[in-house]
Design a protein around this ligand. Structure first.
Ligand SMILES: O=C[C@H](O)COP(=O)(O)O
Length: 253
């Protein structure tokens, strides 16, 4: 259980990693995610889009859910290479991540673009996992709360509820680097996001999950997951191996 009383979620973002053969790791995760643990935490895997259908089939009837990593804002149309949120719903996904810093950086996605994508996820009936977080330069300049506040205000969709929105705080400098903020720094940003969520959504904002992401691994999960207003984790590298994924979930045993 989290400090907020919200059931935590550990979501694995596989990014551009994984082939059909990686289904073995998914099978090991399903095997290890026993009923006792599933009572205490939820688990989701967000593989590359080409694997979503197969993973959704393999997880059907298990407590593990599947998500996508990005979508286009439109429902359909002439957008070569893009995928609509409706396609993820059709493939069996429960959620789609939007606004990951790698999308914001690699594809120039603005807060407005991210918000349109989050609205598209809701239009498709799925949960939007919206990512925010500051760069190293922004943190060092003391601008973390300004940056995160602007991203939250500009990226989150109107009318969201705790059932269809998850916010992931991912300091860009902590992603894939092995570096993590201190527990106090995480607590400060999560409390700030919580305040903003309550201002935007009222009581529902008090129940929206706020995940921490950035170099979460089995050895630091217990400390990070115990921080106030941390309702789970968005995990990159360590989610690729079922043993590590389960090691992180063990923080909730
Ligand atoms: O979406 C996941 C994050 O970017 C964290 O990645 P990481 O766990 O490899 O640092």
């Amino acid at each position: 259980m989290t400090t907020t009383g919200i059931k935590p979620l550990v979501a694995g973002n596989w990014k551009m990693n994984g082939l059909k053969a990686s289904a073995g790791e998914l099978a090991a995760l399903i095997d290890g995610f026993d009923a006792a643990l599933a009572e205490k935490a939820d688990a989701m895997v967000c593989p590359p889009a080409l694997l979503v259908t197969a993973f959704a089939e393999k997880t059907a009837g298990t407590p593990v859910t599947v998500g996508g990593q990005d979508c286009h804002a439109a429902e359909k149309g002439a957008h070569t290479g893009d995928l609509a949120a409706e396609m993820f719903a059709d493939a069996g996904a429960a959620a789609v991540i939007v606004g990951h810093s790698e999308r914001r950086t690699d594809h120039g996605e603005t807060d407005a673009v991210v918000k349109d994508k989050a609205l598209a996820v809701h239009r498709a009936g799925l949960v939007a996992i919206v990512c925010v977080g500051e760069t190293k330069d922004e943190r060092e300049a003391g601008k973390t709360l300004d940056v995160v506040g602007t991203q939250v205000a500009g990226s989150l969709p109107e009318g969201a509820t705790a059932a269809d929105l998850i916010v992931a705080y991912e300091p860009v400098w902590a992603i894939g680097t092995g570096l993590t903020p201190t527990a106090d720094d995480v607590a400060e940003v999560h409390a700030f996001i919580r305040e903003k969520l309550v201002a935007m959504y009222g009581d529902e904002g008090g129940k929206v999950r706020i995940l921490y992401g950035g170099s979460v691994k089995p050895s630091n999960a217990s400390e990070l997951m115990a921080v106030a207003n941390v309702d789970g984790a968005l995990v990159g590298g360590a989610s690729l191996k079922a043993a590590d994924f389960l090691g992180i979930l063990a923080a909730y045993k």
